[in-house]
Design a protein around this ligand. Sequence first.
Ligand SMILES: NC(=O)c1ccc[n+]([C@@H]2O[C@H](COP(=O)([O-])OP(=O)(O)OC[C@H]3O[C@@H](n4cnc5c(N)ncnc54)[C@H](O)[C@@H]3O)[C@@H](O)[C@H]2O)c1
Length: 305
Amino acid sequence: MNDVVGKGSVAVITGAGSGFGREFALLGARRGLRLVLADVQADALQSTLAEVTALGAEAIARAVDVADAAQVDALAAATRLRFGRVHALFNNAGVGSAGLVWENSLRDWQWTLGVNLMGVIHGLRAFVPAMLDAAAADPHYRAHIVNTASMAGIVNPPLSGVYNVSKHAVVALSETLHHDLALVTAQVHCSVLCPHYVSTGIHVSQRNRPASLANDAPATRAQRVAQALVEKAVTSGKVSAAEVAGMTFDAIEQQRFYIASHPQALVGARARAERIVAQQGPYDPFAEREGLRDSLRAALAGQGD
Ligand SMILES: NC(=O)c1ccc[n+]([C@@H]2O[C@H](COP(=O)([O-])OP(=O)(O)OC[C@H]3O[C@@H](n4cnc5c(N)ncnc54)[C@H](O)[C@@H]3O)[C@@H](O)[C@H]2O)c1
């Protein structure tokens, strides 16, 4: 056990306006953490700030686009000024993209990789050096970083190539971070959060897409089919975002690296690894759901329009 998520510790949370980020903030407030909340959506951010303040938390909120390195650097400066050292960093902000991989626009790639991957990279660059300085200065100091990836960072479902790539990169980055930290300190640890479908605002990510990265062309049939699929899966998720926040805080206390919200979904991870080792074709995500494959093929072919 450690006090990284205990009373008085400082937590920085990106994507704090909704979903997992908001639940990290609420749980943090209940535990007496001091909070730095960041999100690109100002109204949602202010609403989380009001909620944590009502719970008695000391908190600041900053409108930040995590895809912009200078804005994340400014967040780190504001954090240092207000609270000094950071104990928990949640690189959590993320967006979804769907469709056949060759149909995604350059802007789909730029937007999704900008938020989901570069956002995490900017968070590490802006906050980790100061954590290591704090560790060197104080043997009692402990810190923990949680990067939010996805089950889509472990397996590769079809119709979500851009998102899969962004999340696999976050898993790779996090595993490497774990190894790199272990080479230089025993006081700073990290985890990678890999949720399966959970009901949040992720299926309506386009609400926060910058106009400069908007698509000119309307969504293709495949993108509409994929969007409907994601919406159904997300909104019917049985595990809540609050439960995932609880699992995440438990994992921080236990210094556990992989955090899977739906352990049963890891059957895909095992099957994928076995097929890699056997040098066979990729794991078939429809292996036990032939009906879904057939209905997707029909939808992509425009049957039922
Ligand atoms: N909900 C799921 O089923 C699920 C599954 C796997 C992974 N995830 C991941 O969980 C993380 C949190 O998403 P969520 O499900 O809570 O969705 P959400 O939409 O409810 O919350 C995401 C938050 O990130 C913010 N955000 C978006 N772009 C941003 C940017 N450029 N800069 C700063 N903030 C930005 C949004 O405004 C929003 O408040 C994401 O990384 C997502 O990919 C979600």
